[in-house]
Design a protein around this ligand. Sequence first.
Ligand code: WTA
Length: 630
Amino acid sequence: MQKKELPGEMYRPSAEVIGRARVKDWNAMVAEAEGDNQKFWAKEAEELHWFRKWDTVLDDSGKPFFKWFTGATTNIVYNCLDRHIENARRNKLAFLWEGENGDFRSYSYFALRREVCKFANVLKSLGVQKGDRVTIYMGRVPELPIAMLACARIGAIHSVVYGGFTVEALAERIDDSASRLVITCDGAYQRGKVVPLKDIADEALQRAATVESMVVVKRTGHDVKMEAGRDMWYHELMALPIAGNDCPAEVVDAEHPLFLLYTSGTTGKPKAILHTHGGYMVGTYTTLKYVFDIHEEDRYWCAADPGWITGHSYIVYGPLLNGTTSFLYEGAPNYPYPNRWWQMIEKYGINILYTAPTAIRGLMRFGDAWPNRHDLSSLRILGSVGEPINPEAWKWYHTVIGKERCPIMDTWWQTETGMFMITPMPCVPLKPGSGTRPFPGIIMDVVNEEGQSVGPNEEGYLVIRNPWPSMMRTLYNDPDRYIKQYWSQFPGSYMTGDSAKRDEDGYYWVIGRVDDVIKVSGYRLGTAEIESALVSHPMVAEAAAIGLPHEVKGNAIHAYVILRAGNSPGDHLTDELRSHVAHELGPIAKPEKITVVDSLPKTRSGKIMRRVLKARALGKDPGNLSTLEE
Ligand code: WTA
């Protein structure tokens, strides 16, 4: 896809950018990391705090269940907070936060540590223990990272569910993780309206049996039902004597689980990706430091939602590990006007902006006048993540926002990888639409069905050949699926689920998913989840969902349904089905269009052939139909 549009231009970094960059010689760093990979990662790990040092950097005896820094003990939150309190960053700002309604709060490292300790003590008093799972379902408020860090501080495992998800998606994730505690907000501001998070959580709890208590952060102040004996206000708990200012970080094994994050896979229900304290810490710390070239005085803004991996790695853990000042914003990019982001960049003097192509395309639509009203000269580096960035959006981002001064770090990675995998650094010459080359020490390849490398500019499956510290450890409760899904198609290599090309300069061009995952506005959704939400409606017998290209969202969901006998199609019905999906899964999963059909193309074994539906919708040749049922 990109290949045809490839402008063929190479953007070389300016002397100013190179002069400031930590890494000036990319090839030398790659050679060093490939030469002795374990030594490379160990050197980075030495910069962090370990209560006990490791015996082995990489233990691959149980592959593909790799272990990193075995024998070591640490705590990622100790490294995010206490390490800085002991050095010169005690009074440095960790977070600056602006609410959609203009509210403002800031936390120094000292203050953030205190709030995290207080809430960690609250969690303990509610009976949360090391290894327990806690579901967090909140808006973008500072209490969200505080809740994550408080869990990790005591060795509990957080499972954050994106605040844009709704009842069924939340219930399923609470249930699967067997969480005993849920942390939520009364509501979240979004485009001037209130998203009723607590009401949604109440409905989800009727479907999930494991929860004993719910802690509610007051944000919007609108009326919510508090169930006696189950629900408690965050601010009331934080005012109790048990919420003391200190709570020592639990000393945990490097391989102790840090969090679960559910993500959509090829089939069935979402799977829980498991990350651990030690390796994830080293991976996120190192990649953020080099790729966004973090300096002490920087103000960094990752505009993702903390509820997705980008937020976990590059709003919460990576920035705090680096002692960075991060900006957090609660609401919509174009509220109340399309200059909201640009206004905040000027106001807070943001130096690094990391966002997604869908947001760039969305803001680009409003024209250049909005950003041009603001002084964006503080910006130094820009970033992109979530889907391939089309050259038009790249150019706009580069010229109108970055004034041709700021290099764009197009970072390819996944929930599973935990950290950037294909990414430039500021010193690297860029080609719009390509993430350039793998991060030093990461060996990737593009292969055919047989697992052999393909030639330059040939399309194939994107695979990873060697382990890396922040790789997922397993699928929680489902180790067999971990092997099957990631390590069996090409034995010995990790299958990303993406297709890609590599050009003659070794630059990678990611094309998109080869499985049944749809990227809508950069968010990852599974066809299986959308289909099961549709089928849960009493009028639907069968459903199939596909993604079709969309100008702003990248892909939009189109669904095909077969109705149960006795129901007739009509606008009213399809509208109702669209709302039903939004109610069950969330507004992001709401299909763009639903078409009622009499039959769906299936294989003889009964699997829906989504690629046939997609080809037909796009007016393309559906390809090999030999497995299609008559
Ligand atoms: C896609 C998001 C092209 C890709 C961090 C991957 C990208 C999936 C890029 C993971 C990029 C992410 N260029 N495609 N820079 N970044 N992707 O787990 O298809 O939500 O497999 O992690 O997003 O999505 P996930």
